[in-house]
Design a protein around this ligand. Structure first.
Ligand SMILES: Cc1ncc(COP(=O)(O)O)c(C=O)c1O
Length: 444
């Protein structure tokens, strides 16, 4: 990796990546199991497509190119790749077994730990994916309220009840689609328009990139309470990251149910559903939420070690500190270069680089910046997902790379030649459309 202040521009050789890509062609639909990791998120012919290994905040692709990773597996690596304390816990558990024929004490230990660090986690269940626990939360809310409709804000996973609000809804029956409606963040009117006697729950990411304004989360909770509607926080991104106790702790609002995954086990597949005992208790019998690998012990061992590290080393504070430096320095650079059309926004620990669509095609601007960052040793798709392994040197390297890459973008924007400066097809949006309150009339 180059010294700070002397970043060399050198496009990565991606021959082996291309070979793997060819082998996957016609075999793996969409190529990827995680859309945000797929080829559409990276400039074709410039960025590698397959990674081989990682250590700390650095990754090596299948051609041996090294990058500082600002995606961190789309969130799970809160501590970093191959993090010793977690890997040790996994190895020790591996000696004893992975999945058992009866319950394992780790299920109790990790549930106790979650209850200790997460506000309002009176009862706790485990599963494997974010979509598992958001879907279980919806079923619980419907069972508890005896109502059908769901209102949501944010991304919540691939299952029928949610994906129907996106433009990837083929295969979801209309009867199911009609039961999910979307509201806008920080817009109480869009919530109250939808709340009615059949609204079982409001589920949202308590913060994506905009801060809650005018007491939005408190207002939302009050409106839900008045309407007999449960409030569900989808804390995939905020949990164990905004604070150990996630958004509930950071914003001082308690939800009825909370869903966690990503940061909790440093890369191992684990998801957590927690919340009010009277609601969660329905999982005892009436609501069916069981799965073969729910108590899989390697992930639970990883979660125990991860939560302990996050707590003992005050990791959320570290993520906030490093992320703030990056966001503020990015915005300073953009200002100094006379580029008011790009800025980094969001909570300190997770920021997003945005581009003003009135200046040019945002996906093309993002692509050119990405191309120039890959050429300077940075794996980037518009986010700064900080981990405990992102060092001061990583941040300094990124800022030097940004200074140079932003200058390339500025020249291209001023020449009206962003598309021409791209060496391959630009990145694609993940979802082209998410429906809004349009469907409320059909759902009533
Ligand atoms: C906020 C949020 N909720 C739910 C999910 C779904 O989680 P999973 O992909 O583990 O099913 C995601 C995934 O990115 C997410 O970001």
């Amino acid at each position: 990796m180059s010294e700070v202040g002397q970043v060399q521009r050198s496009l990565p050789v991606i021959t082996r990546s291309d070979e793997w890509y060819l082998r996957a062609t016609g075999l793996i639909p969409a190529y990827t199991q995680t859309l945000a990791k797929g080829p559409g998120q990276y400039v074709a012919g410039v960025a590698p497509k397959f990674l081989q290994r990682g250590k700390g905040s650095h990754v090596w692709d299948v051609d041996g190119n090294e990058f500082i990773d600002f995606n961190m597996a789309i969130g799970p690596l809160s501590l970093g790749y191959a993090y010793d304390a977690v890997d040790r816990a996994i190895r020790e558990q591996l000696e004893d077994g992975i999945t058992f024929s009866m319950m394992h004490p780790l299920e109790v230990e990790v549930a106790e730990l979650v209850r200790e660090v997460v506000p309002n986690a009176h009862m706790v269940r485990f599963s494997k994916t974010g979509a598992d626990v958001t879907s279980a939360a919806i079923r619980l809310a419907r069972a508890f309220t005896r109502r059908s409709k769901v209102i949501c804000c944010g991304y919540h996973g691939w299952h029928d009840w949610y994906i129907s609000v996106t433009d990837r809804s083929l295969g979801v029956p209309k009867a199911v689609q009609d039961l999910t409606l979307t509201f806008d963040y920080n817009d109480m009117a869009s919530v109250t328009d939808l709340l009615d006697g059949d609204t079982a729950c409001a589920i949202l990411e308590p913060m994506i990139f905009d801060e809650p304004r005018n007491g939005f989360l408190h207002e939302l909770k009050a409106a839900c309470r008045r309407n007999g509607t449960l409030l569900i926080f989808d804390e995939m991104w905020t949990g164990f990251r905004f604070a150990l106790g996630g958004a509930q702790e950071r914003f001082g609002v308690e939800a009825d149910l909370m869903c966690y995954s990503k940061a909790i086990a440093n890369g191992m597949p684990l998801a957590v559903l927690a919340g009010r005992a009277d609601v969660m208790g329905l999982c005892d019998k009436d609501v069916f939420f069981f799965t073969t690998f729910g108590g899989e012990a390697l992930s639970l061992a990883a979660a125990k070690a991860t939560i302990q590290e996050l707590r003992d080393r005050r990791v959320p504070d570290y993520l906030a500190r490093q992320g703030r430096v990056l966001r503020e320095a990015y915005n300073d650079l953009a200002r100094d270069l006379g580029m008011p059309y790009t800025q980094a926004i969001g909570a300190d620990c997770r920021t997003l680089v945005t581009f003003d669509p009135t200046v040019g095609n945002p996906l093309e601007m993002k692509s050119l910046l990405q191309q120039e960052l890959f050429a300077r040793g940075i794996l980037w798709s518009g986010f700064h997902n900080l981990s405990f392994s992102h060092t001061d040197a990583d941040v300094a390297h990124a800022l030097t790379a940004y200074r140079e890459a932003l200058f390339v973008l500025k020249q291209a924007v001023e020449a009206g030649a962003v598309r021409q400066a791209l060496l391959g097809a630009p990145v694609e949006p993940v979802f082209r459309r998410t429906s809004n309150t349009m469907k409320s009339s059909t759902a009533k």
